[in-house]
Design a protein around this ligand. Structure first.
Ligand code: XMP
Length: 515
């Protein structure tokens, strides 16, 4: 079944990804395209059920203001303009946009006309509610055929409607949580204006994706670097369902995974109908890292060595047709380049693409999915909860959680301590609410006393953060009792640790990792 599409035209707004997330939350598939990279003909060919214009930093009268052709409003496709998108709609259709005498930022009391289709179906929505504003221009004169359907103290047209032509615009940001009933408004636009059914589910996505991969790959060979992280694991599962043994997954185990994790990854995939290769390369990595304590040097060495090991293994397979990458939608939107050319995921897991792997083309079957959708897809495909809900883990692994030089002994200490911390967090039911949590083995020793003996051992740091984007983070408020149990168990059960501290810095100024 082909699904209905909502097209989101991106004018550079800071919330463009959020709009896409919300649309999908409403059960409608959507794609974000830069406004200037799609023609009217292409839009017609896509035949979206609706179009949303995002906000953007410009003023419609600015010299290089992004714009659209008037034709877009004449296609008979419903349009919802948000913020800049609303002003653009007004401007292009002959209304007037002016600079506010008083700009509005943040939570703003807004009065809604409840007869407007955007608001009428929202259960219990009052006439007055808070919306999130961020603008210095406003619609001062409506274009012909429109009526104002919301206003605030300083903004006479906080929303406008042309019911007949199915054109809607809101000055505020319905996609932001601070706008009360915002999700309902987006849902109303999609269902009551565009006529979307809201049946975009992972089940039908999986079917479509599997069919598309089969069509593209034919009887070709596919190669995947499997890290055991969420994206590459889900990708492996998807490809396995689509092309089975035409897929080879190479899992380079550098030895810096958490305790038992290398085995867990192998366990998870061993019985799938694919060629699964695990390379135990710990010794090679340890040798290269001997005496190295600088964090960036560690990362560089691990990245490079990873590629060498991967290449050596890939050479054994010979020529493959496709190299699969676990790029997901936020990477695509962020790169701002949604054309067919693959976005090379230059994150540090795999330090760029292996030079000497012989392949024809890159495929990125997850490039249209958000992280939580990727997880849902993984569940749909039968991956275990542990794999699907795995927290983010840096490519260089525990190597950057051992401050200073890495030794086998330190690695073992950290793995054991981290294991206890994770176990206790899970027992306390906090494993989904704390977005990333781990132990760090500091390079510091301090004096302690155990029984009648003086000790001089390592200090272990625990770190737990809550975050939405990992760009900023707050330290997790782990209950003292949980921390107490962790501390007691760690000093008792793990050798060479006599002190446990909890990291209470936010990011910024600290980073999430210690190195
Ligand atoms: P920081 O420490 O910069 O981390 O606040 C932000 C997020 O990125 C992860 N991280 C890495 N991921 N290779 C990775 O693949 C790395 O070298 C690396 N360093 C940090 C970190 O775990 C957090 O999720």
């Amino acid at each position: 079944m082909e699904h209905q599409l909502c097209l989101i035209l991106n004018f550079g707004g800071q919330y463009n990804q959020l709009i896409a997330r919300r649309v999908r939350e409403c059960g409608v598939y959507c794609e974000v395209k830069p406004y200037n990279k799609i023609t009217i003909e292409e839009i017609k060919a896509l035949a979206p059920s609706g179009i949303i214009f995002t906000g953007g930093p410009n003023s419609v009268y600015g010299e290089k203001a992004p714009t659209v052709s008037r034709e877009i409003f004449e296609l008979g496709i419903p349009v919802l303009g948000i913020c800049y998108g609303s002003q653009l709609m007004a401007h292009v259709l002959g209304g007037k946009v002016s600079t506010c005498i008083t700009s509005e930022y943040g939570k703003t009391e807004t009065t809604y006309d409840k007869s407007c289709t955007l608001f009428s179906a929202i259960k219990d929505m009052p006439e007055k509610a808070v919306s999130w504003m961020s603008h210095t221009d406003f619609i001062s004169e409506l274009p012909e055929g429109f009526t104002a359907v919301a206003h605030t103290e300083h903004c006479p047209v906080a929303a406008m409607e042309n019911k007949e032509k199915k054109l809607y615009a809101v000055q505020f940001h319905p996609e932001v949580n601070h706008t009360e009933y915002g999700l309902g408004m987006i849902d109303s636009f999609l269902k009551n204006v565009c006529g979307c059914t809201g049946d975009w589910t992972m089940e039908n996505y999986a079917e479509t994706a599997i069919r598309d991969i089969r069509k593209k790959v034919g009887d070709g060979k596919v190669l995947l670097a499997l890290s055991g992280g969420v994206d590459s694991s889900v990708l492996a599962a998807l490809l396995s369902k689509a092309v089975g043994r035409q897929l080879t997954c190479i899992f380079v185990d550098h030895g810096f995974m958490r305790k038992n994790e290398g085995d867990e990854v192998e366990e998870a995939f061993r019985n799938w109908d694919i060629n699964f290769v695990r390379v135990n390369a710990k010794d090679r990595f340890m040798e290269k890292l001997n005496g190295v304590s600088d964090p960036e040097a560690k990362r560089k060495i691990i990245g490079e060595e990873f590629i060498r090991v991967f290449e050596a293994e890939a050479k054994k397979i010979g020529k493959v047709d496709y190299f699969a990458q676990g790029t997901i939608y936020p990477d695509v939107i962020e790169s701002g380049d949604d054309d067919e050319a693959a976005v090379i995921k230059s994150h540090h897991n795999v330090g760029g693409l292996p030079d000497y792997v012989d392949f024809k083309e890159i495929i990125e079957p997850l490039r249209m999915l958000f992280k939580d959708e990727t997880r849902k897809l993984g569940q749909e495909l039968g991956l275990s909860e542990t794999l699907v809900w795995r927290q983010p883990f840096p490519g260089p692994g525990l190597a950057i959680r051992i401050i200073g030089e890495i030794t086998n002994e330190k690695l073992e200490i950290l793995q054991d301590a981290d294991w206890i911390f994770r176990e206790e967090i899970a027992k306390a039911g906090l494993d989904r609410s704390i977005h990333q949590y781990f132990a760090v083995l500091t390079d510091m020793r301090s004096v302690g006393v155990m029984g009648d003996f003086r000790t001089y051992d390592y200090t272990l740091a625990l770190r737990g953060v809550t975050t939405t984007d990992f760009m900023t983070a707050d330290f997790a408020r782990i209950p003292y009792e949980v921390l107490e149990t962790c501390s007691r168990r760690i000093v008792n059960e793990v050798k060479s640790i006599n002190r446990v501290v909890y990291d209470i810095t936010t990011k910024p100024p600290a980073t999430i990792e210690w190195e």
